[in-house]
Design a protein around this ligand. Structure first.
Ligand SMILES: NC(=O)C1=CN([C@@H]2O[C@H](COP(=O)(O)OP(=O)(O)OC[C@H]3O[C@@H](n4cnc5c(N)ncnc54)[C@H](O)[C@@H]3O)[C@@H](O)[C@H]2O)C=CC1
Ligand SMILES: O=C([O-])CC(=O)C(=O)O
Length: 258
C-alpha cells in the first residue's frame, strides 16, 4: 500500500523510519505534503519520498491512502477534499469534536465510497468500549491523563496539579494537542459530552499516562497506559505513531481480530 502523509513532524518521522527506512514488507510512504518544501528537502533523500506543497498534486500522486499527521486545523481545511479522492486516516481526532465536520466527512466518504480510519492513538481498549456501548449499555467512561508538567507548559510546578476536570468536548478545546485521546474515547463510547476527563500536570512523571475506567451492563473495566513520549515532541506518545502503523497493517487482512 502506497501512503501519502500530511505533515512532517514527530509522528510522520516515526512512520517514515518504521516503514521506509526499515523497508516494510507491504507499506511504503511515497508522498509527503508540507507547507515549506525547503525545510523538509532532506527527507526526499533520507526516505525516498516526494514532497508536495500543492494539495491537488499531492492527491494526484501515486498513493492509495492519505494519513493526516499535522493538526486539527488541517483536518478541517484539507480532509473534506482528501476524502473526495482517497481513503484516509487521521490522528488529530480532536477536530472531530465538531459535529458538523463529522457529518460532512461521513457524507463525503459515503458519496465517494471512501473510508476514514480513526486509529486508537495513544490509548487502547476501544474494542471493548465499542462492544459495551453497542446497545447503549455503557454507564460511565472516565479518563484521567497525567502528563509531565513541562509537556503542558507548567515548567516551574513543584507538585501535581489538576489543570482540567470536566467533559471531553471542553478538554479538547482547551488542550488541542493533548486531549485527542479524550475525543476518540468519547466517539467510541458514550459521546464527547458524557465522557469524563481529568488532566493532571505532574512534575514527577516522565511518561504520558492515560487511566481509563469504564462501567456498563457488561461489568467494569480499567486500564492504564504509561506511554513513552516521542523525543521530537514530548506531548505526543510513541504509541500514537505506531497505532497508525498497526491500523495500516490490519487494513487488508483477511483475518481480523477485534
Ligand atoms: N490521537 C491521538 O491519540 C494523538 C494525536 N496527536 C496529534 O497528532 C498530530 C501530530 O502530532 P505530532 O507529529 O506530534 O506533531 P508535530 O507538531 O511534531 O508535527 C506536526 C507537523 O504538521 C505540520 N503542519 C502543520 N500545518 C500543516 C499544513 N497546513 N500542511 C502541512 N503540514 C502542516 C507542522 O509543520 C509539523 O511538522 C497533532 O495534531 C497531535 O495533537 C498526538 C498524540 C496522540
Ligand atoms: O500522546 C498522548 O499521550 C496523548 C495526546 O497527546 C493526545 O491525545 O493529544
Amino acid at each position: 500500500m502506497d501512503i501519502g502523509i500530511i505533515g512532517a513532524g514527530a509522528i510522520a518521522n516515526v512512520m517514515m523510519e518504521r516503514i521506509n527506512h526499515d523497508r516494510h514488507e507491504n507499506l511504503k510512504v511515497k508522498s509527503v505534503f508540507v507547507r515549506n518544501e525547503e525545510k523538509y528537502q532532506h527527507l526526499e533523500e533520507e526516505f525516498g519520498i516526494t514532497l508536495y506543497t500543492d494539495l491537488e498534486a499531492f492527491l494526484s500522486s501515486d498513493i492509495d491512502i492519505v494519513v493526516e499527521a499535522a493538526n486539527g486545523e488541517v483536518v478541517k481545511s484539507h480532509m473534506p477534499e482528501v476524502l473526495k479522492h482517497k481513503d484516509a486516516m487521521l490522528i488529530s481526532v480532536g477536530a472531530l469534536a465538531d459535529g458538523a465536520l463529522v457529518a460532512e466527512l461521513m457524507q463525503i466518504a459515503k458519496h465517494h465510497d471512501h473510508t476514514l480510519h480513526l486509529p486508537s492513538g495513544a490509548i487502547g481498549g476501544l474494542d471493548l468500549i465499542q462492544n459495551a456501548q453497542s446497545h447503549g449499555e455503557l454507564k460511565r467512561v472516565r479518563l484521567t491523563t497525567r502528563k509531565p508538567a513541562a509537556a503542558l507548559s507548567y515548567e516551574d510546578l513543584q507538585s501535581e496539579r489538576v489543570v482540567f476536570d470536566g467533559r471531553a468536548k471542553e478538554a479538547i478545546t482547551l488542550y488541542p494537542q493533548n486531549m485527542n485521546v479524550a475525543i476518540i474515547l468519547g466517539m467510541a463510547g458514550m459521546g464527547i459530552e458524557e465522557t469524563e476527563v481529568m488532566l493532571i500536570a505532574d512534575p514527577n512523571v516522565d511518561r504520558n499516562i492515560h487511566h481509563i475506567e469504564v462501567k456498563g451492563a457488561f461489568g467494569r473495566a480499567e486500564f492504564k497506559v504509561e506511554n513513552q513520549p516521542l523525543p521530537d515532541n514530548p506531548k505526543t506518545s510513541y504509541l500514537a505513531a505506531i497505532s497508525i502503523l498497526g491500523t495500516l497493517e490490519r487494513m487488508n487482512r483477511h483475518f481480523r481480530i477485534g
